[in-house]
Design a protein around this ligand. Structure first.
Ligand code: NCD
Ligand code: ZN
Ligand code: ZN
Ligand code: ZN
Length: 433
């Protein structure tokens, strides 16, 4: 009853730290139910939703509204960003423990949240608690400036959707100096360049824009500097993308993993193979792989830079699971994993099935690697493209585990230094006569 011989690989649930689900307010583009269905179809079991909705998520009321939309609609686990505005830095700390992170928009993009004033940048970087993640949309020189303000505020910073050679090299240099900076790269900057703009036309607009091949090569050459892959899933309808003023952004949740698995098959990325099932079976639920015939451990090595990394090091699991969990302090999703078929080849459809965007910049691209099954907290959430998880079944991981501040550092005992004139000042009151 073996229908085919193929490599089916089990991976941890993928975590996408940068998605726009448009809910509340622009649910004709996407909502929690459709966006989280797209996530599951793409092997993503946890998403972090951006705050540039309508209204924007910048205070207690809007945060509560977004939490209700998500609780009703989400089919996968999630956390919600809050956005920095001109004057909300004092209120945000209260929301912090239950937010994915703080997002600061420092360049022009699809949002009214852009902040230009350096004083406002500093207020946010000083006041947002240091144990909570802080993410910036900051391109080129703006990125350098944001890193400087974060360094002066002595706090970690995460750079969204790095796209240019100068950006990845500056981040590399900052990491070498020990700055607590991390970054993510989106699939469209790894797999598309500005040479594609003739074909894509206005549909090709995205922030940051598609870059030249030299920039793209720098991302691949510095794979070890990239902490996370993140889709920046930014759905807009076809009509909107073809309009006079097309909004920037690409949908990405359903195409990220097929593109990255193709790169693994080509030896351009690594994958820590934990389970290989050589035989797949067919039943009414589709192709399943729950009876492994051959289980092996090993690693598909990346050619060139970084291929000498020790075993246990893997681009896919690191950048879509371990690093997102570490940087954003995300809890484990128990009994959660995905199964991908490394040998299924197909071409990406004109309109992936689940997102309301109904288009993709990768249409027609040949890929090798398909997400077959997603198990989320013990339940089959997706099988062969069919999403079984219902709206509302996803959990808010920050409600499960709020990021409360670490206990205050124990005050060191007062040290009396007899050789200083000031010792009187240091003697505890109780010890005085
Ligand atoms: C994003 C969107 O549409 O919300 N667009 C984009 O081009 N990336 C905003 C953003 O992430 O900058
Ligand atoms: Zn809603
Ligand atoms: Zn952005
Ligand atoms: Zn974005």
């Amino acid at each position: 009853d073996c229908i085919s011989s193929r490599r089916i690989v089990r991976l941890p649930g993928m975590i996408d730290v940068h998605v726009h689900l448009r809910d509340p307010g622009q649910t004709h583009k996407e909502d929690f139910a459709s966006g989280s269905a797209a996530a599951l179809a793409g092997g993503v079991t946890m998403v972090m939703a951006m705050p540039n909705t309508k209204p924007a998520i910048i205070d207690r009321d809007s945060f509560q509204m977004a939490k209700e939309c998500a609780a009703r609609g989400a089919r996968c686990d999630y956390a919600l960003f809050v956005g920095a505005s001109l004057d909300n830095y004092r209120q945000l700390a209260e929301l912090g423990p239950r937010a994915a992170a703080l997002k600061m928009y420092l360049n022009d993009t699809f949002s009214d949240l852009r902040l230009d004033d350096l004083t406002v940048w500093s207020q946010h970087m000083e006041h947002w608690p240091r144990h909570l993640p802080l993410c910036v949309h900051a391109e080129g020189q703006t990125m350098a400036a944001a890193m400087m303000v974060a360094a002066l505020a002595n706090r970690p910073i995460h750079i969204c959707h790095v796209a240019k050679k100068e950006e990845i090299l500056l981040i590399k240099a900052a990491k070498q100096r020990g700055f607590p900076v991390t970054c993510e790269v989106s699939p469209h900057h790894l797999f598309l360049t500005s040479s594609e703009l003739g074909r894509l036309g206005a549909m090709g607009q995205v922030k940051p824009p598609l870059m030249v091949e030299d920039d793209q090569r720098a991302l691949w050459d510095n794979m070890a500097v990239i902490d996370c892959f993140a889709t920046d899933h930014a759905p807009h309808t076809v009509a909107e993308k073809r309009s006079e003023k097309p909004p920037p952004g690409f949908p990405g949740l359903e195409t990220m993993l097929p593109l990255l698995l193709t790169a693994v098959n080509q030896g351009r990325l690594t994958l820590q193979v934990t389970v290989i099932v050589i035989c797949a079976r067919q039943n009414r639920q589709g192709t399943i792989a729950d009876q492994p015939l051959i289980v092996t451990r090993g690693q598909q090595n990346r050619q060139g830079t970084g291929a000498d990394q020790p075993l246990g090091w893997s681009d896919l699991e690191d950048k879509l699971h371990h690093n997102p969990r570490r940087i954003f302090k995300l809890p484990e999703q128990p009994n959660t994993y995905i199964e991908v078929d490394m040998d299924e080849t197909y071409s990406i459809p004109e309109a992936p099935a689940h997102s309301k965007a109904m288009w993709t910049p990768f249409a027609g691209r040949a890929v090798a690697g398909a997400v077959k099954r997603v198990v989320l907290r013990g339940e089959v959430a997706m099988v062969d493209g069919r999403v079984l998880a219902t709206p509302g079944s996803g959990r808010d991981v920050r409600e499960l585990q709020p990021l409360l501040p670490p206990p205050p550092a124990v005050q060191p005992e007062t040290v009396v230094m007899p050789w200083t004139e000031e010792r009187e000042w240091h003697v505890p009151a109780a010890g005085r006569t």
